[in-house]
Design a binder for this molecule. Structure first.
Ligand code: AMP
Ligand code: MG
Length: 412
């Protein structure tokens, strides 16, 4: 076991000890938000047939070469084709077909003139503009060609992917299982919202922030709470391990007299590291807990409301994304200009809460206030974490700093 590691080392050790979960097949209806477990190759062309991009008239471009507003060309309207129809009737010279958006182009026609460029009569239409061959026609396979790999394993099914899977007639979809994560909060002082509060007690907020972060990562969250008692904690951990792919604890992991997570994990688990040279969130324990022939990863996060969120973001989220088979594990980073000077401790990477917003061609970072690790309000105003290197002790207003965009999804 290593006592103290850097944030980069911590993430590396964690990812080395995390495996992607197995794949399973689910109905298309359940696929939104899931992660594709295999590449999706198209077995068909999209669109499947040549069709009209406009409401208008399908005709032969050669017939209307000379057409303009001042010298219209009159064509006979011999058929009307709606979306969903399929016409085999050929458009012959001097004739045309009234056609709706999405309707198949009839044989003989090679262009569509939009309705706005016509003057409609009973059985004929005056065409007021010329057309080049192919105009307003969406060709079969324009969007997706048969045999093409359209979606890749490891990508998330968002709105567009869900729609694409439907277009490709993927009624069943192979996805990676979602990690089941038990959030195990510790602390004798904690009371749920709505319950009476005795002097010295505080409200439990970590259950909620962690639960939200777990779900936002695409995993399933279950909640447990224990007081600061080693026996109670050990029992809860055993129980949680039986039905979890990962366990996230909050509090009880530092140097206090009543820190059960530290005591139980050090005594009974394989602890990979115990402290990370970072601020906030120095006490973070990563361990493997043997249960039923499996090793369940346990993330012992600090109790302070900001520390727990920041350490989750840095270490647990990438681990859950790896379990989910995601290709991209790191947040997008931008370079932003500081709005105020910043002091930072030597020897620790500091993650500073900030609101990053566009500023001319670049980005500016507004600090969200005093960076105490208990001040959850500073997280409510933030959309980014500024990363201040271990050897940087001061940054001036206007200096550039790397910002992890914690509200943006990871991209490859
Ligand atoms: P600990 O690491 O257990 O000493 O906790 C550090 C600080 O975080 C203490 O002030 C705790 O009261 C606070 N804390 C621990 N767990 C929670 C929680 N679930 N919700 C809100 N604050 C907490
Ligand atoms: Mg505690």
């Amino acid at each position: 076991m290593r006592q103290m590691v850097t944030p980069d080392e911590a993430l590396q050790i964690i990812l080395e000890n995390i495996q992607t979960l197995t794949a399973r097949t689910i109905p298309h209806a359940d696929a939104l938000g899931q992660t594709l477990a295999r590449d999706i190759r198209s077995e068909l062309d999209l669109p499947p047939f040549d069709n009209s991009a406009m409401d208008g008239y399908a005709l032969r471009a050669a017939d209307v070469q000379a057409a303009s507003e001042n010298s219209p060309v009159t064509l006979r309207v011999v058929q009307t084709i709606a979306a969903g129809d399929f016409s085999q009737v050929e458009v012959t010279p001097g004739a045309c077909a009234k056609i709706m958006t999405g309707a198949p182009i009839p044989p003989g026609a090679d262009a569509v003139i939009m309705r706005e460029d016509t003057h409609e009569n009973a059985e004929s239409v005056a065409i007021l503009a010329s057309a080049r061959p192919g105009q307003n026609i969406r060709r079969a396979g324009d969007d997706v060609r048969r045999g093409e790999t359209v979606l890749r394993a490891g990508s998330v099914v968002r709105a567009a992917e869900w729609g694409m899977l439907a277009s490709l007639n993927q009624a069943q979809v192979e996805v990676f299982s979602r990690p089941r994560v038990t959030i195990l909060t510790t602390g004798d002082e904690l009371v749920s919202p709505g319950e009476p509060l005795k002097p010295g007690q505080i409200r439990d907020s970590n259950s909620f922030t962690l639960s939200a972060l777990v779900q936002a990562a695409g995993a399933e969250a279950g909640l447990m709470h224990v007081g600061d008692d080693t026996g109670e904690f050990e029992k809860a951990l055993r129980e949680a391990a039986l039905c979890s792919d990962a366990i996230v604890t909050s509090g009880g992991v530092s140097m206090g007299d009543f820190d059960p997570v530290r005591d139980v994990l050090l005594a009974q688990a394989t602890v990979h590291f115990w402290k990370i040279a970072m601020k906030p969130g120095k006490p973070v324990m990563f361990a493997g807990w043997k249960s039923d022939g499996r090793t369940v990863p346990v993330f012992g996060l600090p109790g302070n409301p900001v520390s727990v969120m920041v350490t989750f973001e840095q270490f647990v989220r990438p681990a859950l994304l790896k379990m989910l088979g995601r290709r991209a594990l790191r947040r997008v980073e931008v370079t932003a200009k500081l709005d105020a000077p910043l002091k930072s401790p030597a020897g620790k990477v500091e993650f500073v809460r900030a609101l990053v917003a566009p500023d001319g061609d670049g980005w500016k970072a507004n600090l969200t206030g005093d960076q105490g690790s208990g001040r959850l309000s500073t997280m409510t105003r933030a959309n980014a974490l500024l990363v201040v290197c271990a050897d940087t002790t001061r940054l001036e207003s206007g200096q550039k700093v790397v910002a992890q965009m914690t509200d943006w999804p990871e991209i490859e």
